[in-house]
Design a protein around this ligand. Structure first.
Ligand SMILES: [Zn+2]
Ligand SMILES: [Zn+2]
Length: 342
């Protein structure tokens, strides 16, 4: 039984871990299984090779990864530049920036978990290039790369892809991580994330996988039941700084976690997957340690973690499960994807 509050050092907030309540009866919403077999290629999928998109542009006949400007950008060069000034203390500014889509594979029916490690390395190279190109622009202060996967997080097209929002501001979570990391470095001379890794190794119960240069773990301060971090062991401000050897190790670690996620309930595992990378605002971000976070919305196969009073109303998470137990569940899962072991 775990019933305590845990400090989240990267967000500077408390997480209430109330795992003693996890078996209470539940009559809430369930999430349907999504097991329909999908074709390799779907002519009316706007992400498939050769398809015509809503903008009228046609996708390349791509064979690996494919990057294009989002046809419905939330930030973009065409955002209105002349805005009416709001009254009083209110402020506004143009929603400039760049929004892109990255297709992982020409195959409509693959997921990141099913890509071969070398294809994940190619994808990571594409992320490196995008980060370097967009982050290098003067007007871009941060490059947020993220994948939303599964209908429970609002994605109806299963074609494997992620999105890039290169913005003139720094997203809140990253701004906090960058600020506390910078302060920790100034105060202690150490990198905050390295101290997290050290504490995880001292405990050991939440580590899922390690190889020479990459590590996968559920953090002590996890807010979601299956929240997991994938990180290089060396500190780099962004993915762009990873060496070839680090990319290969990282791809293996990422793949292994995703396979275990899918094997857990023998179904595609939904998640929100942001890359946490330092701002590209010209600041000193030597204390920042690039990593990927997974925020899976399900606590059980058909049970959503609702964000309600504590999370939305108060801004702090209440977790009904202990990360130690969930890490043990994941470690027990086979390393081969269930679709390949049938
Ligand atoms: Zn497709
Ligand atoms: Zn982070």
């Amino acid at each position: 039984m775990t019933w305590e509050e845990r400090w989240h050092p990267l967000r500077e907030e408390w997480v209430i871990v109330a795992a003693h309540r996890q078996n209470r009866p539940w009559n809430g919403e369930t999430v349907e299984r999504e097991e329909a077999a999908l074709p390799d290629h779907l002519p009316d999928c706007y992400l498939c090779p050769g398809s015509r998109r809503v903008s009228g542009k046609r996708n390349d006949d791509y064979t690996c990864t494919f990057v294009f400007d989002n046809d419905h950008p939330c930030v973009g060069p065409d955002a209105p530049r002349r805005l009416d000034a709001p009254p009083g203390i209110y402020r506004n500014r143009p929603a400039t920036g760049v929004a892109r889509v990255v297709c992982y594979s020409p195959r409509h029916n693959l997921t990141l978990a099913e890509l071969e490690p070398e294809d994940i390395v190619s994808l990571m190279r594409a992320w490196q290039e995008q980060h370097a190109e967009l982050g290098g622009r003067k007007e871009i202060n941060h490059v947020l790369i993220f994948e939303n996967k599964g209908e429970v997080v609002g994605v109806s097209n299963p074609h494997p892809h992620c999105q890039i929002y290169a913005t003139n501001f720094v997203f809140k979570t990253i701004e906090t991580e960058a600020r506390v990391s910078e302060r920790h470095l100034a105060d202690t001379g150490r990198i905050l994330f390295q101290d997290v890794l050290k504490a995880e190794r001292e405990d050991g119960r939440r580590i899922i996988f390690e190889n020479e240069s990459a590590i996968v773990f559920l953090p002590y301060f996890a807010r979601y039941a299956y929240e997991a971090f994938v990180a290089p062991k060396s500190s780099h401000p962004s993915i762009a700084a990873l060496s070839e050897a680090e990319l290969r190790d990282f791809a293996k670690a990422l793949k292994l976690l995703l396979v275990k996620f899918d094997n857990l309930w023998r179904r595609p595992f939904p998640y929100v997957m942001p890359l946490h990378q330092a701002p590209t605002d010209g600041g000193d971000h030597r204390g920042f340690h690039f990593h990927i976070e997974f925020h899976p919305p399900l606590r059980r196969p058909n049970l959503l973690k609702y964000l309600a009073g504590p999370e939305v109303g108060g801004g702090n998470f209440l977790s009904d499960t202990s990360p130690e137990e969930k890490a043990a569940e994941l470690r027990e899962q086979p390393d081969v994807h269930y679709k390949q072991s049938r």
